[in-house]
Ligand binder design. Structure first.
Ligand code: AMP
Ligand code: MG
Length: 331
């Protein structure tokens, strides 16, 4: 595995690797992706092997813009409006495949649909344009573990499984894209993410979230989203959510907002093994950007558990709480 700076030479080498069927980890505005040529069955199969990802969990196909994606996905009027409003950006659309879509059936995991996104990150854009192929890219971590927001996280999680890791610094967004299915009459939110439901609804009208739950998924997880298992994004340490002032032995604390001063007056314990704050100012955008990095940091200290302060369930808080609940769920 080679870690290279995401400069011109690094990007050219990474594009050549992709064209030869290699696996390249690269930064996006959400998290680091593990990319392969989506038109190459063997390269796509290697992604599932490298991550230990179940084959029933389909992959998102990335390309620089709408024009490229029209070769493998069918855009109706709503999809065109959403692509126009949010691309490049952190919105993934699940659409019907075109009849002879030049992308591997493996990315669709047996479905007649394909998930597509145009990332808004200069390194991702330059890489995709240099490679000239659609890029299948899930997050660049072992399946079920924390998502990587820095190149070092990728190296630690995947080791030699990636042929090349492009280091483009920390990901600005820090959370995955919002996944929206447009295969039915009403758009269905399959995964909350960096683009909030409200902004989507202002572009395209009402969006549904509920659906029959699959075994092992959280309530409300729609059947159409095979990858949304409850246990996901898991640190090694167990998480204790909605933690109040009380502290248990050996815990680390992931705080949010102005933390009350520890001491007898406030009843706040001060003996945490370590404390990190998602956003001392209580800013949800900052909290999203810090979430996985701080979980990685606390987990590396091997506490008995990580207590997590409550995060408000609005705007980006919906996606943050979704990731925290999945990180807290155990098989
Ligand atoms: P990841 O790229 O690993 O962060 O996850 C991609 C997410 O998109 C997973 O939750 C997948 O289940 C979902 N997804 C990808 N392709 C499809 C598709 N064709 N239909 C429904 N969900 C999809
Ligand atoms: Mg992932």
């Amino acid at each position: 595995m080679a870690l290279r700076p995401a400069d011109g030479a690094g990007i050219a080498a990474a594009a050549a690797r992709l064209r030869r069927g290699g696996l390249v980890a690269f930064p996006t505005e959400t998290v680091y992706g593990l990319g392969a040529d989506a038109g190459d069955d063997r390269a796509v199969a290697r992604i599932f092997g490298a991550k230990g990802r179940p084959r029933f969990n389909p992959l998102i196909v990335h390309a620089p813009d709408l024009a490229a994606h029209r070769a493998w996905a069918v855009f109706d009027e709503r999809a065109l409006r959403l692509a126009d409003a949010f691309w490049p950006g952190a919105l993934t659309l699940v659409l019907p495949r075109t009849p002879d879509a030049p992308v591997s059936r493996l990315v669709s995991a047996g479905l007649d649909t394909v998930a597509v996104r145009a990332p808004d990150h200069p390194v991702a854009q330059a890489l995709m344009r240099a490679a000239g192929c659609p890029v299948a890219a899930p997050s660049a971590n072992r399946s079920g573990r924390l998502s990587p927001t820095e190149a070092g996280h990728v190296a630690a999680s995947l080791g030699g499984a990636a042929d090349l890791i492009l280091d483009g610094g920390p990901c600005p967004g820090g959370l995955e894209s919002t996944v929206l299915s447009l295969t039915g009459e009403v758009p269905v939110l399959l995964r909350p993410g960096l683009v909030s439901r409200d902004t989507i609804e202002s572009a395209v009208g009402p969006v549904e979230t509920a659906g029959p739950a699959l075994p092992g998924t959280l309530p409300g997880t729609p059947l159409e989203s095979p990858g949304m298992l409850a246990a996901h994004y898991a640190p090694r340490a167990p998480l204790r959510l909605e933690a109040g002032a009380a502290q248990e032995d050996g815990e680390a604390l992931l705080a949010f907002g102005a933390a009350p001063t520890p001491g007898p007056a406030s009843g706040v314990a001060s003996g945490y093994a370590a404390v990190r704050n998602l956003s001392p100012a209580g800013d949800l955008t900052e909290a999203a950007a810090n979430l996985f990095r701080l979980l990685h940091e606390l987990d590396a200290l091997a506490p008995d558990a990580i207590a997590v302060a409550p995060v408000p369930e609005d705007g980006l808080g919906v996606a943050i709480n979704d990731r925290l609940r999945r990180a807290a769920a155990r098989d």
